[in-house]
Design a binder for this molecule. Structure first.
Ligand code: PLP
Length: 383
């Protein structure tokens, strides 16, 4: 229903912003129309858990950004990941996944999917030899992240796509840390992309959403069905906010990444900082790959280590007014997080050690304030 049909008072004027449709259900003229909509012969909606206009608009806009044939939005990034896994995996299937995946994803793969008869082998996906070995046994899905957390490791997406395809497996890439502005995994051979839109896409720390994007229409239909039947519909209001955020996505991520790049260099030169992790620094193990793959500075995340461990981190957090401790990322405001106690809390000490998640490691999500302001705030906290 067009706005003027619903509200004749609008006359020939048109609202300059999209409408929000909170409706959970839609009225239909007759059974024939229900059939046409259900068969996809005609556009239309019937029940919001299946689809609604705000989700459809966001999915289309994000699919376009990824140059994907289809997009499905879900209630959260984890919802998008769960809907994808529940669509492409069957009992008896095996997943080969990065050993540095987001904590929620790692828990899903390690402790929930085995209940459904799906096993996961975790490997260092930046080592082609390790991946090759893991792929010597049958595998259905290879699951990586564009940039890992918090060490910001960047795997060779193109080569992993080739390897996965040579074993008839799908490559799924979580692109949350890059967004389609910096990297489009489908263009490098990935079959599926997931993103937590709670982070950079939303960008204002005020909503929770996720999305899945791909080119195979059969998988797209399965993911949409899973998202509906397992009950992961995205809220119309959150979708509306995300569409509004897309208008500034390019500006925000480029400004934040430029700030991150300058901050990484500043931190690197600062005494009292033991180590700085940023793919834009020549010291990062994946520096050259990151510079090749990403358009511009490689993202807005920077990690650094204080030699004093937990007590030094506590002092950093308590000192100075700026840079709040918020265990999320991608907002307009610079914030810090503590992987050792938040995202990687459930790992045992040996695993933390292996991943370089030390007791003194602080992760910054760099925002779009002036870089001078962020440096002033950081300096006050590092006193
Ligand atoms: C936050 C995050 C998720 C999960 O997204 P939610 O919206 O919190 O469910 C998945 N992957 C990565 C890389 C994330 O940072």
């Amino acid at each position: 229903m067009s706005p003027s049909e619903r509200n004749p008072e609008l006359g020939r004027s048109r609202p300059a912003a999209p409408a929000i449709y909170p409706a959970s259900v839609y009225s239909l003229p007759d059974l024939d129309e229900l059939d046409r909509i259900s068969d996809g012969v005609e556009p239309g909606y019937s029940y919001a858990r299946d689809k609604h206009p705000n989700a459809a608009e966001l999915a289309a806009r994000m699919a376009e950004a990824h140059q994907a044939q289809w997009g499905v939005v879900a209630a959260s990034g984890m919802g998008a990941i769960a809907a994808t896994l529940l669509s492409v995996l069957r009992c008896g299937d095996r997943v080969v996944a990065s050993d540095q995946l987001y904590g929620g994803t790692a828990q899903l793969l390690r402790s929930l999917l085995p209940r459904f008869g799906v096993e996961t082998s975790l490997v260092d996906t930046c080592s082609v030899a390790s991946v090759r070995e893991a792929l010597s046994k049958p595998v259905k899905l290879v699951f990586i992240e564009t940039m890992s957390n918090p060490l910001l490791r960047v795997p060779d997406v193109g080569q992993l796509a080739e390897l996965a395809h040579s074993r008839q497996a799908l490559l799924l890439v979580d692109n949350t840390f890059a967004s389609p502005v910096l990297f489009r995994p489908l263009a490098h051979g990935a079959d599926l992309v997931v993103e937590s839109m709670t982070k950079i896409i939303g960008g204002h720390s005020d909503m929770t959403l996720g999305g899945v994007f791909g080119n195979d229409p059969a998988i797209g239909a399965e993911v949409a069905r899973s998202a509906s039947l397992w009950g992961m519909p995205a809220s119309p209001f959150d979708c509306w906010l995300a569409v509004r955020s897309l208008a500034t996505l390019d500006l925000r991520i480029r400004a934040a990444a430029a700030n991150a790049s300058q901050l990484a260099t500043w931190l690197d030169q600062r005494s009292g900082v033991a180590k700085v992790v940023y793919p834009g620094l020549a010291s990062h193990p994946d520096h050259s790959r990151a510079m090749e793959l990403f358009s511009g500075p490689p993202g807005n995340m920077v990690a650094f280590e204080l030699p004093g461990g937990r007590s030094a981190v506590n002092q950093f957090m308590r000192q100075g007014p700026g840079i709040p401790f918020c265990p999320s990322l991608g907002g307009t405001e610079t914030s810090c997080s503590y992987p050792f106690g938040t995202s990687h809390r459930f790992l045992n000490p040996i695993e933390k050690e292996r991943l370089g998640v030390t007791a003194g490691l602080i992760r910054l999500s760099v925002g779009i304030e002036s870089v001078e302001q962020i440096i002033e705030d950081l300096a006050a906290k590092l006193r």
